[in-house]
Design a protein around this ligand. Sequence first.
Ligand code: SF4
Ligand code: SF4
Length: 335
Amino acid sequence: MRIATFKSQSVNNERHIISNIFLKDLIQNYKSLEKNKSFKNNKDVKIIYISNFLKLNTLEFNELIENPIINSLDTYSTKTGKNILKKSTKKASYLFFIIELNSNCTIKDGKIINNLVNKIIKKSRKTGISIGFNIKENQKYFANIMTSSKDLNDDIANILISNLYKTKYAKYSYIYDKVCEKLDKNFIINNYCDFRDNKCVANRDTDNIERDNGCCHSFIRNKSIGPSNSTEELTLCKHLGDDKRCTIKSISCKFFVCQYLKRKGVYFDILDNFLLRSIFNRKQLDVIHINFFKTEDEIVKKLITTEYNLMPHKLFILFKMHLIDNYWKKIPEKK
Ligand code: SF4
Ligand code: SF4
């Protein structure tokens, strides 16, 4: 796996005015990086420039820099995408992305970037074009990302890196891990659950005082008695380790927040997650939302099989097609 290095910086409103000149310098700098090494000439490198705010005069720009490929996300269409794809992989040895986004960047922009980068990288591989420059042994520098916030920068970087993986399983696993890492970090920094003597804050502050281990419980249906809810028993999740840590990485569990915390304003909506929304469709997001107690491998495989599911969304939910096994285990809620 190639290691990607990114140069990131923030976009501020003043910079937009000089962006044209800045961009020219930037591109020339990248080209000179490899000038004395493997570039035959400037035309050997294709720069894919993607922005949600910059509208450059293409003709004027072409006089300044050879072979730029400029895209303005607000005027993006399938036709534009095809043209960019055609131009980006023609007569070049190296490919490099420059992505500049201001705070108006939308989920739609994220989806376009994912789609475009995915297609360009796939086509480049087929035509033997190298993605990025070698700056050190086994280290490629293939994108410069400038956005309005660190979070957006990280999300765009993760979209780009995920597209370097050759299989869908590896790409989805990468995104899955990044989202889990961020959620874990958030819970640790803010200490939302505040465990003491193995009792979380909700366990301590509600009438469920007897219960420990937070919400790591599931309802198991007693099949010998019958299917009604009254036959369900609360049981400790089988994935909770002896050290009281989760032994699997269930993204659905990580997004789960109990009613107690919700009342205190702690809430994570999958639909607000820029990275997930840029990569996955609505049905895949449902898969991520609902599959508690499932392993990463199970969820990633389900995401792959769901990608091209043609069933209408309502039927998809009604027939529980979003579940890994067609058996709904409920997370107990506190009063
Ligand atoms: S989410 Fe709620 S119930 Fe679960 S561990 Fe945290 S505080 Fe406890
Ligand atoms: S799978 Fe979910 S419920 Fe089970 S131990 Fe892990 S986090 Fe807790």
